[in-house]
Design a protein around this ligand. Sequence first.
Ligand SMILES: Cc1ncc(C[n+]2csc(CCO)c2C)c(N)n1
Length: 229
Amino acid sequence: MTTIKTKKFTDRLFENAQPIWEKSHMHPFVQEIGKGTLSEDKFIYYMKQDYVYLVDYSKLFAVGVQKSLDLKMMQNFSKTLNDTIHFEMDLHRSFAAEFGISHEELEATEPTPTNLAYTRYMLNVAQNGSLVELVSCLLPCAWDYWEIGKLLRAQYGDQMASNKYAKWIETYDSEEFAAGAKWLIELMDQLTEGKPERELAQIEKHFQMTSKYEYLFWEMNYSKEEWPI
Ligand SMILES: Cc1ncc(C[n+]2csc(CCO)c2C)c(N)n1
């Protein structure tokens, strides 16, 4: 008997996002983290912007708690919220301490135009859209960082001992982050089962849009974007 493997909705999301994700993977900011050659001023800029990004991104998990369909889902959203504000942001706090930047300074960072547009897009969908639309905004961030962690380890794993950003790569290539991304992938497949194409297309639109914002975030860090006035 032959078994036919049906394509999951997340396979479609993954395949259609590849042109955008590949641009992120090849971006000099990402590649230079991998090689350890990224200038410290760009990395500090990123840590500060990402810190305030994560404050808003975490609120999406809180909305996820509110919109959960059962207790297990609620536990998963609240665990990820907790992990992000404690463990993931500890990475930023410890890198900042290394570079002489306090928690207060991190927290007082004013988000740049790209950062603000990205988080406002997601928060708007989270607050006015359905649970699955919320998940479609969360997913590219978690999934593509996991992809980037694996990619940089594969490309530059042998140079890790001398890479000052090794802790960053190790964090996103870790089992914990893989588990978080896998949970969101499964949740997306579960929530889209049997949904009509009209709804799937809307979900894919958010997925593509937040993937594009992920790319723009790398670009923003590399050019150290500022408000013009
Ligand atoms: C701009 C930006 N995008 C994605 C991440 C990565 N990230 C944010 S929360 C989380 C855990 C979700 O399960 C992960 C992997 C980041 N730090 N900054």
